[in-house]
Design a protein around this ligand. Structure first.
Ligand SMILES: Nc1ncnc2c1ncn2[C@@H]1O[C@H](COP(=O)(O)OP(=O)(O)OP(=O)(O)O)[C@@H](O)[C@H]1O
Ligand SMILES: [Mg+2]
Length: 333
């Protein structure tokens, strides 16, 4: 398997008046060709900033302070804004949570689709651009696409709008789509349709996807591999089956136990990880999850654990993962 993206020791910090927010702190991972990598974690974990960093769409006071983002063999970090503009939309595109922020309310859907195609294909004849727009709308399941091209975003339902955004994201057959909470604003049934659509299209077009979500249930269904983020760090990464059925990090274990269906505990109250994620401003030393952890020991509050290999392509950052596996009872403090 070839990696199309390799993120190495990425650090993206925000230099605020109150201090330095380490939103992405020494994060490393890769994405293989045609693969769906899920990035999951609670609000504020650094998922979106990781996604924006890959596109180098970080504005002051934020800055990529260290690391490499190797895309198709080239490091994006030193690239100029002009070079990045060519890469965005053409090779890497992004889908956001709220389709209304990505669609312009004053232009028709057709105009916006055609613009997206034309930006990267300036010499394509008008008729071909139009045909391609119709074909794209059809491919994302919009009925009567010829007519719908003339509609404005507000004339579409939320689910339909998100389909249009996906059509735009896929317009130029990108190598990588970064989808940030693409279905969070949608009803559960529509969510499943849109997710299945994304998976089918990415397979057809051969695009890889980074699927960012706070919902472990969504990545468990969609992703080939899952990366779990907590307080700006990746704490576990591995194949989906491993993460779901053999999670090692106490945080991952908590997230899995909180999935309604997988926990199988119908009628009982769902598990909730105690406490909240700390502010990323001036984090205390040690493992950031320690204050909420059911298995913490003295070292956890003093040192930061490194990644350890725990299985095929499966890595975890935890001092006590062995203890958890050996004797869950001994962890109860
Ligand atoms: N412009 C900014 N200035 C200062 N801090 C910021 C800025 N943007 C993001 N952050 C901080 O970076 C951290 C990571 O934010 P990020 O948006 O990546 O979280 P997330 O995991 O995507 O959360 P959510 O699930 O809520 O979208 C947060 O602590 C946030 O407060
Ligand atoms: Mg986010």
């Amino acid at each position: 398997m070839t990696a199309i993206l390799e993120v190495k020791n990425l650090k993206t910090y925000f230099f605020t008046k109150k201090g330095v927010v380490k939103a992405v702190d020494d994060v490393s991972f890769h994405v293989n060709e045609k693969e769906i990598l899920g990035i999951v974690g609670e609000s504020g974990a650094g998922k979106s900033i990781t996604g924006f960093s890959i596109l180098k769409a970080i504005d002051p006071p934020g800055k990529i302070v260290d690391g490499q983002i190797i895309f198709r063999g080239e490091d994006l970090v030193p690239k100029s804004e002009e070079e990045m503009r060519h890469i965005r939309g053409n090779h890497i595109s992004m889908v956001f949570q709220d389709p209304l922020t990505s669609l312009n309310p004053v232009f028709t859907i057709g105009y916006q689709l055609e613009e997206a195609i034309k930006v990267h294909n300036p010499n394509m004849p008008k008729s071909e651009v139009r045909e391609r727009s119709i074909e794209l709308l059809r491919s994302v399941g919009i009925p009567s696409p010829e007519k719908r091209l003339n509609n404005y975003p507000h004339q579409f339902s939320g689910g339909m709008r998100q389909r249009v955004v996906i059509a735009i994201a896929l317009a130029n057959n990108p190598d990588l789509v970064i989808a940030d909470e693409p279905t969070t604003a949608l009803d559960v049934t529509i969510q499943a349709q849109v997710l299945n659509l994304m998976r089918r299209l990415s397979q057809e077009k051969g695009s890889s996807i980074i699927l960012i979500t706070h919902d472990m249930g969504v990545v468990a269904q969609m992703a080939d591999r899952i990366a779990v983020m907590y307080a700006g760090k990746m704490v576990e990464i591995g194949p989906t089956e491993e993460i779901v059925f053999n999670p090692k990090h106490p945080y991952t274990i908590g997230l899995i136990r909180s999935i309604p269906k997988l926990s199988g505990r119908t009628g009982k109250r769902l598990y909730q990880i105690p406490g909240i994620m700390p502010s990323l401003l001036n984090l205390p030393p040690g493992c950031a999850f320690a204050p909420r952890c059911f298995c913490k020991t003295d070292i956890c509050e003093k040192e930061t654990p490194e990644f350890e290999k725990v299985g095929e392509n499966h890595y975890v950052r935890c001092f006590n993962y062995r203890r958890i596996a050996d004797d869950r009872q001994s962890c109860k403090s």
